[in-house]
Design a protein around this ligand. Structure first.
Ligand SMILES: [Zn+2]
Length: 116
């Protein structure tokens, strides 16, 4: 942004001159002040309370039983997708924990069943 102080092209007083350049400069300055004031207001205002359950917040209360079933179905799908993604992301961890246990169980079973 241009930080040099504004100067009227016809050497008028920027606060009272009637040239277009000064008029635009005054509007620009007023806009900058408004933005600054809005930013200060936004920063000083406490954040709006977030609804606990966003789904409940956005679903209209006039939801029909059919719509409710559809929504619950979508939610179940989303939940199982999330679970699946979690399992896939942790596959390596599960393998490290369970494979040695399963292997030792199988070995124990083979050993005990072969003593018959
Ligand atoms: Zn001017």
């Amino acid at each position: 942004m241009n930080n040099s102080p504004y100067r009227c092209p016809i050497y008028g007083n920027p606060t009272s001159c009637n040239c277009a350049s000064c008029a635009i400069e005054r509007r620009l300055r007023a806009s900058r002040e408004a933005v600054k004031a809005a930013e200060i207001a936004n920063l000083s205002r406490p954040p709006a309370p977030r609804p606990k359950n966003l789904d409940d917040f956005f679903v209209s209360p006039k939801e029909s039983p059919r719509e409710k079933i559809e929504r619950q179905r979508r939610e179940r799908f989303a939940e199982s997708d999330k679970t699946w993604a979690y399992v896939q992301a942790n596959e390596g961890r599960y393998a490290v924990i369970f494979i040695p246990r399963i292997r030792s169980l199988v070995l124990w079973y083979v050993k005990t069943s072969s003593t018959f």
